[in-house]
Design a binder for this molecule. Structure first.
Ligand code: ATP
Ligand code: MG
Length: 417
């Protein structure tokens, strides 16, 4: 039996597990300050959910989807991104717009695994439907910065922003790009050649070295904005200035999916090698085919955030039971049950000697040891030993919960409820 995980996937344990949870919980808590509702969609979706939405030239559709037929012959895809699935939920549940939706969970893409790029990875994802006002873009960018501050990585990630303009802008700009890139058809990479007919704007996203030389002198989008597009973009930049959010305009920034318009943005770091985008998003008003529904959103890669943040979980310290003698051993089971139901983290081991029990109490970094034998059982008392100072005291059984609560208050497992 192989003990390897599938290429591009990872086990998560202990400290990393806490770190992961911390990122998800923080994102959820911050999302609530902005009026987001949490939603969860299944990992399995009918393939058409993504086919119809993502656009035929997107990397995801062309090469990254995990698609298979189930036993009934239906084509199923492991969710490669949230937006299309959330759109499906929006329609299926007939949600009233405007609405803000937060989600988080695993996604699957068949990509080349490397630092910050996995085949099963996780995102925190924010979508706003039904708001065409540029202030919703500004609020969303401000939310992403809020998260970076919370995670303590605001200095590591810089905002890059661009506008793809409205439909007219995109059509005009596409034309200009096609006539420019057509001159270099033979020199372009295979991917870019394909994009030339399907979605030439995506060529700007190419990581191919030779492509990049050609892209360098390609027409810039700023010359093709309509008056409306320019005014929309200006409002966003002004809003960011008002909020003191610094940015760089990157006129080559386009997103990996086909459906974007107006705003596109990324928070990019230098600390992750070539996988620098921590958060990425933008506006996609035209995502529902044949119907105009304003939509803006962004997603962040949890694994990439994990690489950037300093986090150490505070391990709770247990109360360690040291029963001496057969009767005390039996009583331990009842006692730990009582302590745990009073939310006190307690442990004991079943078959060791006094010496090894003491050793174990140190090993698990116990806060206090509770020592009791026949004498203590008879007197209805316990001997409590403070494991840091070594001091011991006798406590009446009736007062034990109160006393232990006091002694362990800074080393407790915390519960949200
Ligand atoms: P990239 O250009 O890095 O491939 P993308 O355009 O495919 O990103 P989105 O689909 O918008 O990215 O995803 C948003 C965020 O999710 C990214 O900025 C990144 O943080 C994270 N992400 C995307 N793909 C992966 C992956 N394979 N492994 C880990 N994180 C990822
Ligand atoms: Mg990608």
């Amino acid at each position: 039996m192989t003990i390897q995980t599938v290429r591009g996937t990872k086990d998560l344990l202990s400290d990393d597990w806490y770190k992961f949870k911390y990122i998800q919980d923080t994102a959820h808590n911050v999302s609530r300050l902005y009026g987001f509702i949490p939603v969860e969609t299944p990992i399995l979706e009918y393939t058409e959910v993504f086919m119809k939405t993502l656009g035929e030239s997107s990397d995801i559709i062309t090469k990254e989807m995990y698609t298979f037929e189930d036993k009934s012959g239906k084509s199923i895809t492991l969710r490669p991104e949230f937006t299309a699935a959330i759109m499906r939920l929006l329609k299926h549940k007939k949600l009233q717009i405007p609405v803000r939706l937060f989600s988080s969970g695993p996604l699957f893409r068949y990509e080349r695994p490397q630092k910050g790029r996995q085949r099963q990875f996780n995102q925190i994802n924010f979508e706003v439907f039904g708001l065409a006002d540029p202030r919703s873009d500004i609020e969303l960018i401000s939310l992403s910065q809020h998260l970076l501050i919370k995670f303590g990585i605001n200095d590591n990630a810089k905002l890059e922003i661009n506008s793809l303009g409205d439909n007219e802008t995109i059509i005009r700009y596409r034309k200009a790009l096609v006539s420019y890139f057509e001159k270099y058809t033979d020199d372009l990479s295979e991917d870019s050649k394909n994009r030339l007919t399907k979605n030439p704007i995506r060529i700007l996203d190419s990581k191919d070295k030779k492509d990049q030389l050609i892209i360098h002198d390609a027409p810039k989008i700023d010359n093709y904005y309509t008056k409306e597009s320019l005014s929309f973009f200006d409002k966003i930049l002004n809003g960011l200035q008002c909020l003191g959010i610094s940015y760089t305009i990157n006129s080559k920034l386009v997103r990996g999916l086909d459906y974007y318009c107006h705003t596109v943005f990324e928070f990019v770091t230098q600390d992750l090698g070539s996988q620098g985008a921590v958060f990425a998003g933008g506006r996609y008003d035209t995502i529902i085919a044949g119907k105009y529904t304003p939509a803006v959103g962004f997603a962040g890669g949890i694994e990439r955030i994990m690489e950037l943040i300093n986090f150490s979980s505070k391990e709770p310290r247990p109360i360690y039971l040291i029963p001496i003698g057969a009767q005390a051993e039996v009583y331990s089971l009842v006692l730990t049950d009582k302590l745990r139901k009073s939310r006190l983290y307690s442990r004991y081991d079943y078959d060791s000697t006094l010496k090894s029990k003491m050793k174990k109490a140190h090993q698990v970094n116990a806060k206090v040891a509770l020592i009791f034998g026949d004498e203590e059982l008879g007197n209805k008392t316990f001997k409590i030993k403070d494991m840091d100072t070594g001091t011991e005291e006798i406590i009446m059984r009736d007062n034990i919960i109160e006393k232990l609560e006091l002694l362990t208050q800074d080393s407790r497992i915390t519960h949200s409820r």
